[in-house]
Design a protein around this ligand. Structure first.
Ligand code: ADP
Ligand code: MG
Ligand code: MG
Length: 440
């Protein structure tokens, strides 16, 4: 399937976000389970973010071999050295799951803590599906109320607005950090719109390069960009090395981190969302360090797939023998980075031969096999029929001001569907289409 992206493409103009014509089916108990997990993951991210040494130690080997993670850790270490405290902490996360057909269980793919995409467009697809079912439901034997309501965009805006209120400077703005050639701006637009229309808050779009040129921090910690006080920095970029083409962008990131603005996410929250931390949290007795409630711990553990770091010879041997049962993941975000099948075997064999710490750049994950079904996918205005599998994302918003938890919610969802022969899953990366869900 060709890789078509949404937004603007140079020389092409506008391209609609690819979508599925009808929602993906999901048994209701799995939906409830995923929704219930959102506030627990929100709380977990916050707790883990406060343990700077845990983050530094768990990522210490990764930093030796992964320059990007190393730069993030360097900023994090600088913040630890000055005892930087984030009194107002805002997380806009998305936890992604697939339904494993062999065990019939909902397993987590990953938890995104930075620049979680499609809170804007996801709800539009839910609305489209409800409308289509309303019109053609009788022929299709479907009921519109079985497509759950999806308020991700207004809920994300609400959380940002509440953080802005906590910051408590009337003239301050929300600054959205974007990529210079943003293709997904119409997803972001919805957040900006709700912030303005529902709360009267202005959003300023800036690239990290612009922040470096136009920003400075006053002695009291206030971040000024383009002469405006920044209450909240909302990152929709900054998650990939491509977003830091020169030292200027790293300076901007450090500047923001040093300021008193609310960061969504802070450097700590971003690090909690790395694949290596996901894998570390799945190790025995690690969740117990951060959470007290045994039921919550059991619920989280139930959705963990097999995760391994590559200092375990036995698992490397198994993965080389049966690569189809595993996914090899570097510390990257945004889709298109994982290694599968014969490439996985080849990469592991090569890295093992090279020796040293090269393997520490990756984690190994049990491959999840969702059941394939038939669907209609619309790309570039053309509808294709295909055998597909789906990945469910549940958005979560968390806002805390000192000891007070102001928001800890599940807030909408994103279904992404891709042809079952494709390994990767990103919509912006061109692999999947936007979808919604139909509860069965
Ligand atoms: P990223 O942060 O780049 O989105 P992910 O861990 O979400 O990284 O992996 C990208 C895609 O690869 C997912 O959307 C999913 O389609 C596929 N994938 C990831 N992990 C697994 C797994 N364990 N089993 C099957 N597919 C997976
Ligand atoms: Mg991710
Ligand atoms: Mg992902």
């Amino acid at each position: 399937m060709s890789r078509i992206r949404s937004g603007t493409v140079p020389g092409v103009g506008l391209v609609h976000a690819p979508f599925s014509l009808l929602p993906a089916h999901l048994p209701e108990p799995f939906w409830k389970q995923a929704c219930e997990l959102a506030p627990i993951f929100n709380e977990l991210v916050d707790r883990v973010s406060l343990d700077g040494n845990f983050l530094q130690d768990s990522l210490s080997k990764t930093r030796q071999v992964d320059d990007f993670t190393s730069r993030l850790l360097e900023i994090h270490r600088k913040m630890m050295e000055i005892n930087k405290e984030e009194n107002i902490r805002l997380g806009l996360h998305r936890s992604d799951y697939m339904l494993d057909s062999e065990t019939s269980s909902l397993l987590q793919i990953e938890l995104n803590t930075i620049s979680t995409s499609f809170p804007g467009l996801g709800p539009l697809v839910s609305e489209l599906h409800r409308t289509l079912i309303n019109q053609y439901g009788r022929v299709l034997s479907l009921e519109p109320k079985r497509v759950p309501g999806n308020a991700a965009s207004s809920k994300f805006a609400e959380a940002l607005a509440r953080a802005w209120t906590e910051f408590d400077v009337d003239s301050a703005i929300v600054m959205m950090i974007v990529q210079p050639e943003e293709r997904n701006m119409y997803d972001q637009y919805w957040i900006t719109k709700y912030l303005k229309e529902s709360y009267g808050i202005t959003t300023l779009r800036k690239t990290l390069t612009q922040v470096e040129a136009e920003g400075h921090v006053l002695p009291d910690g206030t971040l000024l960009v383009d002469g405006k006080k920044v209450a909240v920095v909302y990152y929709r970029a900054g998650y990939t090395p491509n977003d830091y083409p020169s030292e200027a962008e790293w300076s901007a990131r450090l500047l923001i981190e040093q300021s008193s603005s609310v960061k969504c996410p802070s450097i700590s929250y971003q690090l909690v969302g790395t694949k290596r931390i996901q894998q570390e949290l799945a190790n025995p007795n690690v969740l117990e360090r951060f959470l007290e409630n045994k039921e919550d711990i059991a619920k989280l553990r139930k959705c963990f797939a097999g995760l391994w770091s590559l200092d375990d010879e036995e698992i490397i041997k198994t993965a080389i023998e049966k690569p189809e049962l595993f996914v090899l993941k570097p510390q990257r975000e945004g889709g298109g980075n994982n290694i599968y099948g014969l490439d996985l075997r080849e990469t592991l064999t090569r890295l093992q031969k090279e020796g040293g710490d090269a393997l520490a750049a990756y984690i190994l994950m049990q491959r999840i096999f969702p059941k394939a079904s038939l669907a209609y996918l619309v790309r570039g205005g053309i509808c294709h029929e295909g055998l597909v599998i789906s990945e469910l994302g549940i958005y979560g918003s968390y806002l805390r001001s000192k000891d007070k938890v102001i928001t800890n919610d599940q807030c909408g969802y994103l279904m992404r569907t891709k042809v079952s022969s494709s390994d990767e899953g990103g919509v912006a990366a061109g692999f999947a289409v936007l979808d919604s869900l139909y509860l069965t």
